[in-house]
Design a protein around this ligand. Structure first.
Ligand code: CMC
Length: 451
C-alpha cells in the first residue's frame, strides 16, 4: 500500500475490499481509498482529500443534481434506460390496469397494497376529510377572475397551514399520517374550487357517495342536477392518469418537498412549495405548454416546419425529453391507450393527429435519436384532459392532485431517515472579496453602465 494511502475503511467494516475506489490526488501525490456502496461514493468522504490542514477539502460540484443521489428511497424505482417505472416494486402497467387511485395512494403511503377491508377503511378516512373550511372559499374570492389555477392552488394549499397549526408537529409519525390524509382529501376540493372560480360558478361541496375521481368531477362539473353522475369511462381514465402521475422519485417538485420539509416546515407549506416547483413549464407545466404548442402548429402538414424550428434551437418540443428517461416513458404508452378509451366517449381530439405526426417524425429524426428524446408523460395527457372538457391552464392542477400523494410519501420517508438533515448544498463562490468601501458620492452608476 502507498505510504500516504489514507483508507477511510475501518477494520471490521463489512464492505468487500473490491467495493472501493482508489484515487490519487496529483496535487499531493497521496492516494485515497473510498468505499463504494450501492454504486455511490459519499461526498463527505471527498472532504478528507486535502492539500494541507488549512484546505477545506474536496467537494463534489453537481449543478442541477444531474449525478447526485440525495436520499435512499424505497418508494419508486425508475430505470430510465430501459423505460421501467415501479411503485413499491409493482410495475406501473400492472397498477394502472388493476388498481384504483386510492389503492395506489395506500401503496405509496404504507408500502403495501391494501386488502379489501383496509382499502375500505382508507377510502373512508380520505372521504370524510374532503370538506374545506369556509375560510378557504373566502380566501379564493380574493383572486382575480383570470388568476391562473396553479397559482391559486399553490396559495390555497399554503393557506391550509393557517387552519391546522397542529401540523407543525412533523416529527410525530401519527401526526404526519393525519396531515397526509387531510391533504390527499382536500387538494382535489381546492383544485375544483380553482376551476369553479375561473369559470365563475358557485363552489360545489364534496359528495361522499362518490369515488375519489368521481367526486372531483362532481365538484368541478355539477350544475343544477340533484345528484352528479360521472361517466364511468371518464372517471376510470382519470383514475388511471392519477395513478401514472402519483410519484416519480426525486424530480424537481419532490426534491422541493423534501428540501422544504427538511427544515421542519409543516406539510401544507411544503406541498405548496412542491406544487410551485411543479408549475414550471419544464416540469408539470409542460402539459399545458404541449397543448399551446399543438394549437400553434394547427395542422399535421405544418409539423415538419415546426420540427425544423426545434432543431434550430428556436423552440423546444414540449412533452419530449426527460432527465432520467432515455427511452420511451412507460407512462406515455399507457396514456396513449387511455386516450383511445376516452375518445370513444368524447369523440377524437383532432390534436391527437398532430401529436402522432410530431412523434412519428421526431422518432425518425437524427436530432432526437442522438439525444434520446422520447415523448414523456405530458405529451399525451393534455390531449385527453382537453377531450374530457378541461381547459389547458387546468392541466397542471390535474398533475398536482395525484402527485400530492407521492410528495407526502417521500416527505414521511425523509422524516424517518436518520441520515437526513436540513437540506443545504454547498457553493463555489465566484464573487469578489474584501472590497474597499466606496462612499456614496464617489460611486459610479454601475447598473446603468452594465445594462
Ligand atoms: N426539445 C428539443 N430539444 C431538447 C428537448 C426538447 N423537448 N429536451 C432536451 N433537448 C435537447 C437539449 O437542447 C440538449 O441538446 P444539446 O445537447 O444539443 O444542448 C439535449 O437535448 C439534452 O437536454 P438537456 O436540456 O440537457 O436535458 P435535461 O435533462 O436538462 O432536461 C427536460 C430535461 C425535461 C427539462 C427537457 O428535456 C425539456 O425541456 N423538455 C421539454 C419540457 C417537458 O416536456 N417537460 C416535462 C418533463 S416530464 C414530466 C415532468 O417532469 O413533469
Amino acid at each position: 500500500m502507498h505510504p500516504h494511502n489514507l483508507s477511510f475503511l475501518q477494520q471490521g467494516d463489512s464492505i468487500m475490499p473490491s467495493d472501493t475506489i482508489t484515487l490519487t490526488d496529483e496535487r499531493t501525490g497521496k492516494t485515497y481509498t473510498l468505499p463504494i456502496e450501492d454504486g455511490t461514493v459519499r461526498s463527505m468522504d471527498l472532504r478528507k482529500i486535502r492539500t494541507d490542514d488549512a484546505d477545506f477539502g474536496l467537494m463534489a460540484y453537481d449543478p442541477a443534481f444531474v449525478n447526485t443521489a440525495s436520499c435512499r428511497s424505497s418508494i419508486t424505482y425508475l430505470d430510465g434506460e430501459r423505460g421501467i417505472l415501479e411503485y413499491r416494486g409493482y410495475p406501473i402497467e400492472t397498477l394502472a390496469e388493476h388498481c384504483s387511485f386510492l389503492e395506489v395512494a395506500y401503496l405509496l403511503v404504507f408500502g403495501d397494497l391494501p386488502n379489501e377491508t383496509e382499502l375500505k377503511a382508507w377510502a373512508n378516512e380520505i372521504t370524510c376529510r374532503t370538506m374545506l373550511h369556509e375560510n378557504i372559499g373566502k380566501f379564493m374570492e380574493g383572486f382575480r377572475y383570470d388568476a391562473h389555477p396553479m397559482s391559486m392552488l399553490v396559495s390555497s394549499i399554503a393557506a391550509l397551514s393557517t387552519l391546522y397549526p397542529d401540523a407543525k408537529e412533523v416529527r410525530d409519525p401519527v401526526n404526519r399520517l393525519h396531515q397526509t390524509k387531510r391533504l390527499i382529501a382536500k387538494v382535489p376540493s381546492i383544485a375544483a374550487m380553482c376551476y369553479r372560480h375561473a369559470v365563475g360558478f358557485p363552489y360545489v361541496y364534496p359528495d361522499n357517495d362518490l369515488s375519489y375521481t368521481e367526486n372531483l368531477m362532481n365538484m368541478m362539473w355539477k350544475m343544477v342536477e340533484p345528484k352528479y353522475a360521472a361517466n364511468p369511462v371518464l372517471a376510470r381514465a382519470l383514475d388511471v392518469l392519477f395513478i401514472l402521475h402519483a410519484d416519480h422519485e426525486q424530480n424537481c417538485s419532490t426534491n422541493t418537498m423534501r428540501s422544504v420539509g427538511s427544515s421542519m416546515a409543516d406539510p401544507y407549506l411544503a406541498v405548496s412549495a412542491a406544487a410551485a416547483a411543479l408549475s414550471g413549464s419544464l416540469h408539470g407545466g409542460a402539459n399545458e405548454q404541449v397543448l399551446r404548442m399543438l394549437e400553434e402548429i394547427g395542422s399535421k402538414d405544418r409539423v415538419p416546419a415546426y420540427i425544423e424550428r426545434v432543431k434550430n434551437g428556436e423552440v423546444k418540443l414540449m412533452g419530449f425529453g426527460h432527465r432520467v428517461y432515455k427511452n420511451y416513458d412507460p407512462r406515455a404508452k399507457i396514456i396513449k391507450w387511455t386516450a383511445e378509451q376516452v375518445f370513444r366517449v368524447t369523440g377524437r381530439n383532432p390534436k391527437l393527429d398532430i401529436a402522432l405526426e410530431l412523434e412519428r417524425i421526431a422518432l425518425e429524426d437524427e436530432y432526437f435519436i442522438e439525444r434520446k428524446l422520447y415523448p414523456n408523460v405530458d405529451f399525451y395527457s393534455g390531449i385527453i384532459y382537453q377531450a374530457m372538457g378541461f381547459k389547458p391552464e387546468f392541466f397542471t392542477v390535474l398533475f398536482a392532485i395525484p402527485r400530492t400523494v407521492g410528495w407526502l410519501a417521500q416527505w414521511d420517508e425523509m422524516h424517518r431517515d436518520p441520515e437526513q438533515k436540513i437540506a443545504r448544498p454547498r457553493q463555489i463562490y465566484t464573487g469578489e472579496r474584501q472590497r474597499p468601501f466606496v462612499p456614496m458620492q464617489e460611486r459610479h452608476a454601475v447598473l446603468t453602465a452594465k445594462q
